[in-house]
Write a protein that binds this ligand. Structure first.
Ligand code: 13P
Length: 252
């Protein structure tokens, strides 16, 4: 069995104080040993306090974004080194909100993936098509173009330090999740593509589904053969709700 990764992307929610309360509550729910990886992605302003609470626990934390340079005159940006210094182990790269609202193109996403790997952290590479692209029959072409641009310069030795999240843009924050069979088919094709690129190591890269995952549909996604976890937005803002979703990842 490959790795399973369940992650909470809080987006631009929660003050440092709210983040502390959340992770303290989550810790009360989570057993001392987990059968899957559990990650929270707070805002950068809450990383320090989240690290204070979670250090030594089975829950990991990561940054929602990081710049591709290690330091320099980049007002308002944070570096991989800076988030690594706070114990973050993962960085989201290429989230659709970064691509569509902040104009991140494939070259930027690729530079970020490289810098996250160079900093010793794990990029969670997000890919996914818009509704228009899906309706036009272009979903797979869009996803492979995003994968290819982000991973073409990455050697196979990095394959065991990658996570891919398939997040169809039309399912994010809409309450309209993908059909599980569509998520399964896309995850399966992504895995085949990764295997072609990286060899057998590629088959082991966790492929998450994200987009309106809720407690009432988590089982339908997390028990799919090629879906190795979930990247959860809205429903991850409450620790109990997030933990209920995560429990669907326990192998049956
Ligand atoms: P929602 O779960 O709110 O649809 O968000 C998904 C997402 O974008 C996670 O990164």
């Amino acid at each position: 069995m490959g790795r399973t990764v369940v992650a909470a992307n809080w987006k631009m929610h929660k003050t440092a104080g709210e983040a502390r309360t959340y992770v303290e509550k989550l810790l009360e729910l989570v057993p001392s040993r987990l059968e899957f990886e559990l990650i929270v992605f707070p805002s950068a302003t809450a990383l320090y306090v989240v690290a204070q609470v979670l250090r030594g626990s089975p829950i990991a934390w990561g940054a929602q974004n990081a710049h591709w340079e290690t330091q320099g005159a980049y007002t308002g940006e944070i570096s991989v080194n800076q988030v690594a210094d706070l114990g973050a182990a993962y960085v989201l790269c290429g989230h659709s909100e970064r691509r569509h609202l902040f104009g991140e193109d494939d070259a930027t996403v690729a530079a970020k993936v490289r810098s996250v790997l160079a900093g010793g952290l794990v990029p969670v590479l997000c890919v996914g098509e818009t509704l228009e692209q899906r309706r036009g029959g272009d979903a797979w072409d869009v996803v492979t173009a995003q994968l290819s641009a982000a991973l073409k310069d990455i050697g196979p030795d990095a394959a065991d330090r990658l996570v891919v999240a398939y997040e169809p843009v039309w399912a994010i924050g809409t309450g309209v999740a993908a059909q599980p069979e569509d998520a399964q088919s896309m995850a399966h094709d992504i895995r085949s593509w990764l295997t072609e690129l990286f060899g057998s190591e590629g088959a082991e890269i966790p492929v998450q589904y994200g987009g309106s995952v809720k407690p009432n549909n988590a089982d339908a996604f997390l028990q799919l053969p090629d879906v190795d976890g979930a990247l959860v937005g809205g429903a991850s803002l409450d620790p109990k709700e997030f933990w209920t979703i995560a429990c669907s990842a326990v192998p049956r």
